[in-house]
Design a protein around this ligand. Structure first.
Ligand code: AMP
Ligand code: MN
Ligand code: MN
Ligand code: MN
Length: 284
């Protein structure tokens, strides 16, 4: 069993990077990737926790990007955590996050919710800060019953306190991942809860494969036969790789999503990392 999509408290997960590695070993995974949103700062402790452990630790990142006004998440796997080019690119994204967080807090205060930047910073474990941390503070201050309620009523896309992020195009995220020696995948191409839009997957995949995308995430929690079929068929037009992961954020943040198991139906083939390394000209 493997898991190539997880988040630590360096972005919006609950566990430290080292805890994710330890849990992966305890669960009996043979490979695990840490893919925090827009930051690589958890990878040093993640990789050192993996030393002398019977597991392949894959350094990764998940970069929020925008194509034709729709958000696409690009996963980088087997990246060099020290890559100056990638770090610079992610810094630019985080600077935009900071400005946007500031604007969202202003709007929330105007709406009558008292919330400060200090409170949000204290909630976040690392440098990649965003809506989940703002929502947690508002829940803890008693304004809303749950994080999901905050999203529904204020922070969802189009919500009253929502501010859009700077739209980084997929090709620049793909390029930054390649500059760091990694492979770029389209993460969760379809929403598991919504109707699958085949023409959307086809168009977006075609555009991003032209921009040198290496693969697509095929194994994801709550994907049913229709999701799998559409992704597989769209991918069949190209010789691209598949990836898979639980998108684990910690049980408290995403109840019911377990490392390696996801919602319980995840069954990610163990040989995906080997195929990825082969494309990179490396061996396991
Ligand atoms: P941001 O990066 O600041 O735009 O925040 C996006 C993150 O918020 C995603 O990575 C999700 O983990 C989280 N998120 C999005 N929608 C919801 C929701 N309805 N409830 C809880 N968390 C959410
Ligand atoms: Mn997240
Ligand atoms: Mn994502
Ligand atoms: Mn994710």
């Amino acid at each position: 069993m493997i898991d190539l999509h997880t988040h630590s408290n360096v972005s919006d997960g609950a566990d430290t990077p080292a805890e994710i590695l330890q849990k992966a070993v305890q669960t009996g995974l043979t490979a695990v990737a840490l893919t925090d949103h827009d930051t690589v700062s958890g990878l040093e402790s993640f990789m050192s926790a993996a030393q002398n452990q019977p597991i392949l630790a894959v350094p990764g990142v998940e970069i929020t990007s925008m194509h034709h006004y729709k958000e696409v998440h690009i996963l980088g796997l087997f990246i060099d955590p020290e890559s100056a080019a990638l770090k610079k690119y992610l810094e630019e994204i985080r600077l935009d996050r900071e400005q946007r967080n500031h604007q969202m807090l202003e709007r929330l205060n105007i709406m009558g919710f008292s919330i400060t930047e200090e409170e949000v910073l204290a909630k976040a474990g690392g440098e990649s800060i965003g809506r989940p941390h703002i929502a947690q503070v508002l829940v803890e201050k008693g304004y809303f019953p749950s994080v999901n309620d905050v999203f529904e009523r204020c922070l969802r896309r189009g919500g009253r306190a929502y501010v859009q992020r700077k739209p980084m195009p997929p090709y620049s995220s793909i390029n930054a991942i390649h500059a760091a020696g990694g492979l770029a995948f389209w993460a969760h191409p379809v929403n598991a809860a919504a109707r699958v839009d085949r023409s959307f997957v086809r168009r977006y995949l075609r555009d991003m494969v032209q921009q040198k995308l290496d693969g697509i995430e095929l194994y994801y929690p709550n994907y049913g036969p229709r999701h799998t079929q559409v992704i597989t068929e769209c991918a069949a037009e190209y010789s691209i790789l598949f990836s898979g992961g639980s998108d684990y954020h910690g049980e408290k943040v995403r109840p019911g999503i377990k490392l390696g198991f996801g919602d319980g139906t995840l069954n990610i083939p163990d040989d995906l990392p080997e195929k990825m390394l082969k494309k990179l000209g490396r061996v396991l």
